[in-house]
Write a protein that binds this ligand. Sequence first.
Ligand code: KG4
Ligand code: ZN
Length: 343
Amino acid sequence: MGDLILGIETSCDETAAAVVERASTVRSSVVNSQVDLHARFGGVVPEVASRAHVELMVPVVAEALLAAGLEGPEVDAVAATTGPGLVGSLLVGVTAAKSLALVWDVPFVSVNHLEAHLYAAFLEEPDLELPLVVLLVSGGHTMLVLMEGHGKYRLLGSTLDDAAGEAFDKVARYLGLDYPGGPAIDALAMEGDASAFKYPRALVQENPATLPDDRRFAFSFSGLKTAVVNHVRNEPDVAAADVAASFQEAVVDALVTKARWAVEATGAKGLCLGGGVAANSRLRERFLDVCMETGVRAFLPSRAMCTDNAAMVAAAGWWRLQSDGPSPLDTGANPNWALPLLP
Ligand code: KG4
Ligand code: ZN
């Protein structure tokens, strides 16, 4: 089976294409972010996103092929994110990938976006040992996954309400910061005092055993967001940098505490971070502390690999092709597709 995969990613507001060899060597990775296009609306506007994907799809794929030194028909398969994500955006990438697969007469591979995030780490560290606990934190998802083998995942816990990135974006908007809010809070927090305010850490206790089984590795950020908003409303002159730093500390506390519990409970060999929020400076710092304390091997993908890109889609696609073979050409976009879990 072929080793050179063209990956395509259009699940949200990044139009991306990449060429990856054997899920480990990135030959090219092009990411065209539409962030400036959506900034004036304070969030991703689905219709604007899909129109931009249509315009950018061909040039982005052409650039990825060119940068990899290819003309196109030499790729062995075409993989695309088919879900979860915005349906109009997904359809652009899925249609492009299936058309190319058909024209080049190579397999098409449907890739789950969350599985792709799990594979981002393997691109930079192909020797990662399993089982591995992955803390996946993005704008749409916050979950702790135990990766037992390739394609074999157990969900340890996920958020009961807002995703961590969503909480960052909402609090940032309330503080009048630029979109996207995560990087804005990250930057502002550097000038603030993280211990200025003690905001709530939901579902975090001294002893994990005191939490019910289905809540032990779960997260909740909506109460924290409300606490911050109420605080600022009652105290409008409070230093925004202190609020940002204290809020960020509360989110990071919950994330790293549960990641540590997960490693302790599963005996995993490694702990790995993924998703857009994994770019957060404080989370990266505290994550390394946890790995030092537990003696487990840490893996922190580069910021470029944490945020949406097509190299991770190509890597996950290669593994899926080995295990399941090509996907049928009538595979459509699946906006609510969950991470495929072990029974
Ligand atoms: O994975 P991603 O690129 O897109 C998906 O949601 O799939 O993640 C985007 C999220 C946004 O909520 C953004 O605010 C957040 O990641 N983010 C950050 C940082 N950089 C991006 N959050 C906190 N600190 C950052 N430095
Ligand atoms: Zn993502």
